[in-house]
Design a protein around this ligand. Sequence first.
Ligand SMILES: NC(=O)C1=CN([C@@H]2O[C@H](COP(=O)(O)OP(=O)(O)OC[C@H]3O[C@@H](n4cnc5c(N)ncnc54)[C@H](O)[C@@H]3O)[C@@H](O)[C@H]2O)C=CC1
Ligand SMILES: O=C(CO)COP(=O)(O)O
Length: 300
Amino acid sequence: AAGKTVTLLGRDADAMEQMTATRENPRLPDRPLPDQLALTASPEVLADADIVLLAMPAQALRSYLDSHSDKLSGKALVACCKGIDMTTLSGPTATIKTAVPTATPAILSGPSFAADIAKGLPTALTIACPDDAVGQTLQTALSTPTLRLYRTTDTTGVELGGALKNVIAIACGVSTGAELGDSARAALMTRGSHEVRQLAERMGADPQTLGGLAGFGDLALTCTSQQSRNYRFGIAIGRNAPFDPSVTVEGASTAKAVRKLAHDLDIDLPICTVVAKLCNQEITVKQALDTLLSRPLKEE
Ligand SMILES: NC(=O)C1=CN([C@@H]2O[C@H](COP(=O)(O)OP(=O)(O)OC[C@H]3O[C@@H](n4cnc5c(N)ncnc54)[C@H](O)[C@@H]3O)[C@@H](O)[C@H]2O)C=CC1
Ligand SMILES: O=C(CO)COP(=O)(O)O
């Protein structure tokens, strides 16, 4: 955030000390940290912040908020994660509301790889906040000359667009890994985006949001870029190759949550369901393909 006092809080004191010494994040090599960025491993710093960006995997959000709720009351809490909690089936803003009822929840999502932003490459994202006045403050505070934030109050659309595109990206990766061709990937992106819309609209999302950066934009990026961990995870499944289990693959957990939601809401989401089964090693790639291709023909 340009011209703001920003502190990076991490859990691992050794890692934070090392970053303080080297002024570099080992995950983003060759990008020196801005001089004005402070680093700490002390959660006490949360009490001094007006805005807290929660940049952690979606499945970690609930326990993190529960542990630190006393320091977070009354603040603007911006979820940066893309997922649905597997236990509660809630999106990040509902998780925030439950854990810290006095906070204003928001979500930042859209097509962006951390490495691109760290390089200062042009990027556009969506900030969603139910309180539009707070949304405007966040939009101004978090935009920079190269990072352009669009604003909405539709948190449901933004969080479901961001969470579900990861599941579709895994499907596209599987298709690429199994060498099924670019046409098959385009079909999965299109029918996948239909599934995203179906579930998200049923849960109250504005259809327009799903055509925006957090929906179409992020689906397009994640389903086609080798930089995406979800896409690469799918490629590994498609090739029957191993994948480093320490890498965060949000779509694998989200697929499980979506499978439960589809069942509870009685919605047919065939691509998301086969991805959940593939991630759970319940079916082979050949069985996934047969399942999708043998479905009855229907209107588009
Ligand atoms: N890396 C990227 O390019 C982008 C990531 N995102 C989203 O941001 C979220 C986080 O992704 P990454 O930063 O890449 O993941 P990551 O795996 O690097 O995790 C980020 C941080 O969360 C911390 N963390 C992990 N478990 C935790 C826990 N239980 N409690 C507290 N902190 C914990 C990790 O130590 C790490 O410092 C994901 O939902 C991802 O989809 C969104 C856009 C781009
Ligand atoms: O959300 C992202 C890009 O917008 C990051 O994607 P991955 O988590 O698949 O790497």
